[in-house]
Design a protein around this ligand. Structure first.
Ligand code: MG
Length: 393
């Protein structure tokens, strides 16, 4: 096979508009669950993105925890600023690889819509409350938000997004949940978890951009909070390398640690982005795939090189131990889990304490989980205090 013909840029020129033959094409979308006429001025993915930005769940991301609780400081990332950073990184990579930027943006902005208040602590607590009732998983919940829980249209529940955006939103899914999805949507977004095939390259890209974003901003937020120090971070190869490079090139900055930190993070981000671009180009050439259907049957194509993956994993592990498991974070985590558990028990005992739509639902457990998952951190704390008379956090 002629290797040059498989280069993404060559494939792109065959398609026009700098779009790779492996990119999703909004003109050939697998469509929406409820048929709607095309929009006159926007392609299907731009329309999805607009629907996401105007949704209630999207606005709630402002007040949802990424790592630090919303009230702990004004400058820490929230789910909203995290999602914007994922969209920025994703679009930038997509543009270079000839993937569809609008789809990447839509998926990135929607990928965390299903997160509970209080970050992973909230999700773990809710999953525990739902253990005998189907569990709770934030990726599946993101899909539930865009498919069902948003109420904005007269004719259907949810936002009625196109298949490609929904596929990207459901980035992980257990086999049991996938089989459940198959019942209502045969051959739909759950199918690939049964067939073990890949999602679109745009969806794969959003996963990688998510990891690049949180690794970088959690360093920034971690140092800002004082819970981790630059000295500790020097144990991590990915950080130490760029930190040293920065100080060598700008020796005058040694008295300006914040600028050194930002420059280090900037260099880390850039090199991870270039690594993904190069590795993806090579993987596509090596796999010899020429169409999106072929790409879905190949292994993951948008990825870090083995070397960058190892360095990124080392950083992730460091953040897990030193930041996410820091005693101070664990203390708020414990309180947050208690808040979610007690809220769950309170609504199960007294469903009328929820808004009418939720109280009337036949599956009360799922309804309570949906209600709590939708809450912002501060609303959850207010509700907890109202229902238990006790103040947490
Ligand atoms: Mg994320």
């Amino acid at each position: 096979m002629d290797n040059e013909a498989l280069d993404l840029s060559v494939l792109a020129s065959q398609r026009g508009a700098n779009l790779s033959a492996l990119a999703c094409d909004p003109a050939r979308t697998r469509g929406r669950r409820f048929a709607e006429p095309d929009a006159p001025t926007r392609n299907a993915f731009q329309r999805d993105r607009d629907r996401i930005v105007h949704s209630t769940a999207f606005r709630r991301l402002v007040y949802k925890t990424q790592v630090f609780l919303n009230h702990e400081g004004d400058l820490f990332r929230t789910r909203l600023t995290h999602s914007l950073e994922v969209a920025q990184l994703g679009r930038s990579i997509a543009r270079t690889l000839g993937l569809h930027e609008d789809l990447v943006e839509a998926v990135a902005l929607a990928h965390d819509l299903g997160h509970t208040p209080f970050g992973h602590a909230g999700q773990d607590a809710l999953n525990e409350c739902m253990r005998d009732h189907g569990g709770f998983e934030h990726n599946l919940q993101s899909l539930r938000v865009v498919d069902k829980l948003e109420e904005r249209y007269p004719a259907f529940d949810g936002l009625n997004l196109s298949f490609e955006t929904r596929e990207g939103v459901l980035k992980h899914c257990s086999r049991a949940n996938a089989e459940h999805l198959e019942l209502t949507e045969p051959g739909g977004v759950g199918r690939r978890f049964i067939d073990r095939t890949q999602p679109s390259l745009e969806a794969q890209l959003c996963n990688v951009a998510d990891a690049i974003a949180y690794n970088a901003h959690d360093i920034d937020d971690g140092v800002r909070s004082g819970l981790i120090s630059t000295e500790q971070l020097l144990e991590v190869e990915l950080f130490a390398h760029y930190h040293q490079q920065t100080l060598l090139e700008h020796p005058g900055l040694s008295q300006k640690p914040r600028r050194v930190l930002y420059e280090t993070i900037r260099r880390m981000l850039s090199d991870q982005v270039y690594d993904v671009i190069d590795t993806t180009r090579q993987a596509v050439a090596q796999a010899g795939v020429r169409t999106l259907d072929e790409a879905r049957l190949a292994g993951p194509l948008v990825a870090f090189s083995a070397e960058m993956k190892a360095r990124s994993s080392e950083l992730k592990k460091f953040l897990f131990v030193q930041l996410y498991r820091h005693p101070q974070v664990m203390h708020t985590t414990g309180q947050a889990q208690q808040a979610v558990q007690e809220l769950f028990a309170a609504y199960m005992a007294q469903p009328s304490e929820m808004t009418a739509d939720f109280a009337a639902n036949a599956d009360l457990h799922r309804s309570v989980a949906d209600y709590i998952a939708g809450m912002t951190d501060r609303f959850a704390l207010r509700e907890h205090e109202r229902l238990t008379g006790r103040k947490l956090l």
